[in-house]
Design a protein around this ligand. Structure first.
Ligand SMILES: Nc1nc2c(c(=O)[nH]1)N[C@H]1C(S)=C(S)[C@@H](COP(=O)(O)OP(=O)(O)OC[C@H]3O[C@@H](n4cnc5c(=O)[nH]c(N)nc54)[C@H](O)[C@@H]3O)O[C@H]1N2
Ligand SMILES: Nc1nc2c(c(=O)[nH]1)N[C@H]1C(S)=C(S)[C@@H](COP(=O)(O)OP(=O)(O)OC[C@H]3O[C@@H](n4cnc5c(=O)[nH]c(N)nc54)[C@H](O)[C@@H]3O)O[C@H]1N2
Ligand code: SF4
Ligand SMILES: [Mo]
Length: 730
């Protein structure tokens, strides 16, 4: 059989324009809808709005909304298929409980499930201390639900440690913005894709991962230069005007060399620097050792190529915008890399104006919401657990005693995992994430299962790798079966609606949290009666913060406005439909100046390739129709058709020749931690010495090497040492 691998960029672009090819997105023949409502898509952070066509209150089809300022009538394959993935035989329809360690999961009632969870968790706390419970949350449930979860776990149940899958994803951007700007504040609006003269994508593959944003780039009428900095010649790089094929993790060296060239050639915006930044003089001194010649061995780029790029991104007649995602965030030095991008935007004055900015594109549909409301890294509403005034404010607004709020930050994801290994964490609650597949160096994660006395998983599907090993599965409603708000990459708040009944006795995460809050005891959550009631509470909590949305009265206002970007304070909000931050050059730091932050890059990768493991393994998104661990997208026959039918590994033809590997051969990919089998896909889009695996296969994270950024503690999924060999049947 010849394995199938798509060239998704052009294909997707073609399909986007021909929605007729997606049968399921549309209203089936013969069915006549009697009403329409709207909802933000529940996959990626683009935040496209969909029109749901209803019959008797149930959605029977959908179409992308033409007048929404985000997607302008477009949707990618996942959006079109959003309803199809709800009807799957492995939906979790009833609570499942493992009564005995070696027994199977058995159906039970909600009463028994919730009662058991509460008694097991309380028993663990009584025997091992308050801090022996932890939770792992998500960027994929609405703000109201994640706020409820974070508040219930921390203030209600007294957990100190809780983190989310956003640690795998956005933690670096959060840390970088907080340190540089004083608040986690991506400054842009999507119109900037169309307003730029030069767009630089660093470690980002939007043609695959944010296809509708990529369509916005393609509709830029200013004949922009589009630069893609990525070791691979990705679908995005193919359609860009310039591809900078740097060495993996050569980014920090390259970005410093660019800054050095810009400084040497006197192309800085001194006026902006003087008025709105601090630390530039120190940065100038630091740059002494970063000439393009000095960094060449780390970037793999010629000094001429670096100088030419430096001229392009510092052209004072051009609007230059910088965009980054996981090629930057998922790195052991991601925070400084993101800040090196911020530094370049600042020193060239590309900030706060149309078509500019140092812009992190978010990943999951509500990762931006989790950054403000998950109550994990930040206290609710972008506040700080260690700040007494913040604790007092939140306690007052929630009508509770301040002593319920932890005074210190809890552990990050990897520290929670270490805590399990040490025996400090005995009970774990995982909501809307699938770490047995997605966490780095998964083998280790899986061995920790037995160290937990009680593992609760709350998911839409009972078949996920993590659900399979839990003690209690709480069946959750998914997107389309509940309501709330998401915040997209450009800080736009949009509402999702219930258009389907959850299957069986599955409940929305919101209702599950209510059941738990009641069963746990105390009356902290008496007012948390509905998602919209909680939304109103959250708007109050943000008052006075950079993300102040106290001017938003409720869901109706959001819908009518076409989504609302934060900030939207109650006094004098700017009502424009598209708004960017920092137009006035005032940042959220104490002196209102943006900070130049920098550090010397590491000389070596955390796991350098060597004689035994000579290749660098890159991982990432494989196609527009696959979502992460595939619990959802694998359920649509159309999305399955648009995805590769087998796991493949991209290899440069010269490497394949050296190892006697031919196209479509079975290849073993081996790291110090594990191995897997994949079909060889020989492609010059790879550089020699590097191979690529899509993250959607459950085995890929067996190989990855766990290293972390010291500021953000985000895992470095994109640089592990591996070997490849042609598989020979024994
Ligand atoms: N179809 C689809 N779309 C998605 C998702 C999905 O699962 N499927 N997930 C969503 C989520 S949560 C996220 S976070 C985003 C992720 O969106 P992206 O970050 O765009 O996706 P990735 O493929 O993970 O990584 C981007 C690129 O980083 C490159 N890269 C690897 N190492 C380096 C390096 O050292 N330097 C540089 N400059 N580049 C490097 C990789 O080659 C890859 O092309 O996508 C979102 N959209
Ligand atoms: N090697 C490698 N690994 C990676 C990455 C990489 O680039 N390379 N990327 C990382 C990144 S950026 C991310 S974001 C993570 C993603 O990793 P995960 O978060 O583990 O991936 P998902 O498949 O999105 O998992 C979401 C889970 O929530 C369930 N779910 C969906 N909606 C709901 C809901 O409304 N309620 C409940 N209760 N459950 C729901 C889904 O069924 C699914 O099981 O993967 C990370 N892992
Ligand atoms: S681009 Fe993202 S938000 Fe838009 S339809 Fe696709 S998955 Fe949904
Ligand atoms: Mo992500």
């Amino acid at each position: 059989m010849i394995p199938f691998k798509q060239h998704h960029g052009p294909l997707t672009a073609e399909l986007l324009r021909e929605p007729g090819r997606f049968g399921l997105g549309q209203v089936p023949a013969g069915a006549v809808p009697d009403a329409v409502t709207t909802s933000i898509c529940g996959f990626c952070s683009t935040g496209c709005r969909l029109r749901l066509h209803l019959k008797d209150g149930e959605a029977i089809g959908l179409t992308p909304e033409a007048r929404y300022p985000v997607n302008l009538g477009m949707a990618c394959p996942k959006g079109w298929e959003a309803l199809a993935v709800l009807d799957a035989p492995d939906r979790a329809t009833v609570p499942l409980l493992r009564e005995h360690a070696n027994g199977g999961l058995r159906e039970t009632t909600w009463d028994h499930a919730i009662g058991t969870m509460v008694s097991r968790f309380k028993d663990i706390q009584a025997r091992h201390g308050q801090e022996s419970l932890a939770f792992i949350s998500t960027g994929q449930i609405p703000c109201e639900e994640m706020a409820f979860l974070g508040a219930l776990a921390k203030f209600g149940m007294g957990m100190k440690h809780g983190d989310g899958n956003t640690r795998q994803c956005m933690a670096t951007a959060v840390a970088a913005y907080k340190q540089s700007f004083g608040f986690d504040a991506p400054p842009y609006t999507y119109a900037d894709f169309e307003e730029s003269d030069v767009l630089v994508f660093v470690g980002a593959n939007p043609a695959i991962a944010h296809p509708i944003l990529w369509q916005r780039v393609l509709s830029n009428r200013r004949s922009p230069e589009i630069v893609v900095i990525d070791p691979r010649r990705t679908e995005t790089a193919h359609s860009a005007t310039r591809h900078i094929a740097l060495k993996p993790k050569g980014d920090l060296w390259l970005l410093y060399a660019l800054a050095r060239c810009i400084m040497d050639e006197g192309r800085i915006d001194q006026q902006f620097l003087n008025a709105h930044t601090s630390g530039f003089e120190e940065f100038k001194t630091f740059l002494a050792n970063y000439s393009p010649e000095e960094v060449e061995k780390h970037t793999g780029l010629t000094p001429d190529a670096v100088r030419a790029l430096a001229r392009l991104v510092s052209d004072p007649t051009k609007r230059v915008s910088w965009w980054w995602t996981m090629g930057v965030n998922q790195s052991y030095e991601g925070t400084r890399t993101a800040q090196a991008i911020i530094n370049l935007a600042l020193m060239t004055g590309n900030m706060g104006k149309p078509g500019t900015g140092a812009n992190s594109i978010t990943g999951q549909c509500n990762a931006m919401g989790s950054r403000l409301f998950s109550n994990t890294t930040n206290l609710l509403g972008g506040h700080d657990f260690t700040n007494p005034a913040h604790r007092e404010k939140i306690a007052r607004l929630l009508g509770m005693d301040e002593s319920r709020i932890q005074r210190e930050n809890g552990w990050a994801y990897d520290q929670i995992i270490d805590g399990i290994e040490r025996g400090d964490i005995k009970g774990l609650w995982i909501i809307a994430t699938n770490p047995s597949h997605s966490w780095i160096n998964q083998g280790r994660f899986q061995t920790l299962r037995d160290k937990l006395e009680f593992l609760v998983v709350q998911d839409m599907y009972s078949s996920t790798e993590t659900a399979q090993v839990c003690d209690l599965l709480l069946p959750a409603a998914g997107w389309g079966e509940k309501e709330g708000v998401f915040i997209n990459s450009e800080r736009r708040i949009g509402a999702i609606r219930q258009v389907r009944k959850p299957p069986g006795v599955a409940l929305s995460d919101f209702r599950i949290f209510r059941l738990l809050a009641n069963a746990w005891g105390g009356d902290l959550f008496a007012e948390w009666t509905s998602p919209e009631a909680v939304f109103r509470l959250l708007t109050k909590i943000t008052e006075g913060q950079p993300c102040d949305i106290s001017g938003i009265s409720g869901y109706e206002m959001i819908d009518a406005a076409g989504g609302i970007q934060w900030p939207y304070p109650s006094n004098g909000p700017d009502p424009s439909r598209e708004r960017r931050l920092f137009a006035d050059g005032r940042f959220y730091t104490a002196d209102q100046r943006a900070k130049f932050l920098f550090d010397a890059p590491a000389e070596l990768l955390p796991e350098e390739p060597d004689g035994k493991y000579p290749f660098i393994l890159l991982t990432g998104r494989g196609s527009s129709s696959q979502w992460h661990t595939q619990t959802r997208t694998a359920k649509s026959s159309i999305l399955r058709k648009l995805s590769p039918s087998e796991l493949y590994v991209d290899i440069h033809p010269s490497d394949a020749a050296r190892y006697g590997i031919s196209e479509h051969d079975q290849v073993e990919v081996v790291s110090r931690r594990g191995s897997l089998m994949a079909r060889a896909w020989l492609t010059p889009t790879m550089q020699p010495g590097q191979v690529f695996l899509p993250m959607h296969d459950s085995e890929v994270n067996r190989l990855t090497h766990a290293s972390f950024d010291p500021h953000s503690r985000q895992p470095s999924y994109k640089a592990s040492a591996v070997a490849i060999r042609k598989y020979k049947q024994p």
